[in-house]
Design a protein around this ligand. Structure first.
Ligand code: FAD
Length: 500
């Protein structure tokens, strides 16, 4: 059946990102897009840290970066600093971008390992631009220096996701998306096909559609409550199931650092996300090992800034819908599944779900093969990201609480065990199935949390260290040169995109 009416249920970050992206479809063909949301229900009200593909998402929509950043109090993000994960007192940065560049066709960390065997003393981090810029609180976009001989800067944003949804609402409404305020009370299914025919608002109005996008948040109004798709629970791998969030003012006059902080505590971890005028703070924890009041006390004892609001308490079950696309409903955002924001992947998964949907969707009618491909590819994305998150908990020597004893000794997915074994053997990291995180990401977290390479690849082993030294020196020099000439992050923001 041809798709002429698309109905999006939910107007959080997922709903408005979807509406904005799909509004581009109607540029080439007449498609009506309606978004239903309820101010009374509201949105989840958290979600501030993103990863680099979001820059491309905005570019594809033709969004002006400065305008978007000013409207969302955004700052630039070069990576995530992890403290107390491998052991207490430790800290490392998981940077965007790469360590060095491929030499002789192999990953830089391999070549570096070879050089270490013959006396190279510089840490791997000095060969990553984002790490050095983050360390000195500097920032610049590649477009600003326009020199091909210097490394490019990879970045993402910290932003107010509620303001981002508002910004995208303006974008989508301008391009013909219709917004309906109100609460969906009921869903009507076709008795023969089982497809969703329409949603009924509490005032009795019916909104019919050919394709429904469920962006209704954790409740999964269509995908779960109406279609009973089922949920795969992953709490045995990622046992944290609660969070308390508390936005704070940045009143100490300090500029926002260009990175997120993720600080591990005794039964979970805390985020600190710097926006232009406030800091996002929150504590993700496991209710089996920590009571709510203790979680709040820990957060209050480690706040960046003074609280600006009442604590926002959240409960979640880590996992995924058994199908992301079921009948004529596609779930995006929290309705599709949830993994804690340790690597800021949720908003990204909305983005990649939208990209996949637009690539697969045909408006003349959807085949089973298209739905199956969407589900298979999304499933792979979820599993690979899950493995990466599990690594953070499992690669630790922490034994100071029952929680850490559990995660350190738990069974992990075989796909992760293999990844760790390959890295331990000779530093090999295969980026499998188009997975999100690259060699640098895996190497940063594994080495940052104490997993050592037992050797390096035979090609690296055959390299002459004397031949590499000049290239290492040049890499380090160009990174230092660039960072020395960059403005401070706060100064850059003040010039580029100050929030009104
Ligand atoms: P919601 O924001 O819950 O929106 C649901 C929408 O559905 C609302 O508009 C609501 O009104 C509407 N709705 C629901 N029921 C009805 C109804 N019956 N009738 C009409 N409308 C209805 N992601 C990141 O990428 N980075 C982060 O740093 C990050 N941090 C997070 C921290 C925590 C503790 C949590 C829980 C999540 C975090 N996330 C993060 C995830 C991020 O918040 C979400 O992915 C993102 O906000 C998308 O949410 P959503 O739009 O799917 O759901």
């Amino acid at each position: 059946m041809a798709i002429e009416n698309i109905v999006i249920v939910g107007g959080g970050t997922a709903g408005w990102m979807t509406a904005a992206a799909l509004s581009r479809l109607s540029e080439s063909r007449k498609v009506s897009i309606t978004l239903v949301e309820s101010e009374q229900i509201g949105t989840v009200g958290v979600g501030e840290a993103t990863i680099p593909p979001m820059v491309e998402f905005n570019q594809l929509l033709g969004i002006d970066e400065r305008e978007m950043m000013a409207a969302t109090q955004a700052t630039f993000k070069l990576g995530i600093q992890f403290a107390n994960w491998g052991k207490r007192g430790d800290n490392y940065l998981h940077p965007f971008g790469s360590y060095g560049y491929h030499m002789g066709g192999i990953a830089f960390h391999q070549v570096w390992h070879r050089a270490r065997q013959e006396g190279e003393r510089r840490p791997l981090q000095v060969f990553n631009l984002e790490t050095i810029a983050a360390f000195f609180g500097k920032f610049s976009r590649t477009q600003d220096y326009q020199r091909d001989d210097l490394p490019t800067m990879n970045y993402a944003y910290h932003l107010d996701a509620t303001a981002y949804a508002r910004f995208l609402r303006g974008y989508a409404e301008k391009r013909g998306v219709t917004r309906r305020e109100g609460r969906v009370g009921d869903t009507t299914l076709d008795p023969e096909s089982g497809d969703v025919v329409s949603v009924t608002m509490e005032d009795g109005a019916q909104i019919a559609g050919d394709l429904f996008i469920d962006c209704s948040g954790f409740r999964g109004l269509l995908i779960e409550q109406a279609l009973e798709t089922g949920y795969e629970d992953w709490r045995h791998y990622l046992p944290c199931d609660r969070a308390v969030a508390l936005p704070c003012g940045r009143d100490d006059g300090s500029g926002p650092p260009p990175f997120t902080k993720a600080i591990a505590h005794s039964a979970g971890w805390q985020w600190q996300v710097p926006l232009q005028r406030r800091n996002g703070n929150g504590h993700v924890y496991c209710s089996e090992y920590m009571a709510d009041d203790e979680a709040l006390d820990i957060l209050l004892g480690n706040l960046a800034g003074k609280p600006q609001a009442e604590p926002n308490w959240l409960r979640f079950v880590t996992g995924r819908r058994k199908k992301f696309w079921n009948r004529n409903v596609v779930a995006l955002g929290l309705a599709a599944g949830f993994m804690e924001p340790l690597e800021s992947t949720s908003i990204h998964m909305i983005n990649s779900g939208i990209n996949r949907l637009i690539a697969i969707l045909s408006l003349d009618g959807v085949t089973q093969a298209q739905q199956d491909a969407y589900n298979r590819l999304t499933d792979k994305e979820y599993r690979r990201i899950r493995d990466f998150l599990v690594l953070h908990y499992n690669a630790t020597t922490r034994d100071d609480s029952e929680f850490w004893n559990y995660v350190r000794t738990m069974d992990v997915p075989e796909t992760l065990t293999e990844k760790i074994d390959l890295f331990k053997a000779n530093g090999q990291i295969f980026r499998e199935e188009d997975e999100l995180f690259n060699e640098t990401s895996w190497a940063a977290v594994m080495m940052g949390q104490g997993i050592e390479m037992g050797g390096c690849s035979p090609i690296a082993a055959a390299m002459k260290v004397s031949d590499m030294k000049g290239e290492f020196d040049e890499m380090e020099r160009s990174i230092r040169f660039l960072v020395n000439h960059m403005p401070g992050h706060a100064e850059y923001l003040a010039r580029y995109c100050p929030a009104p």
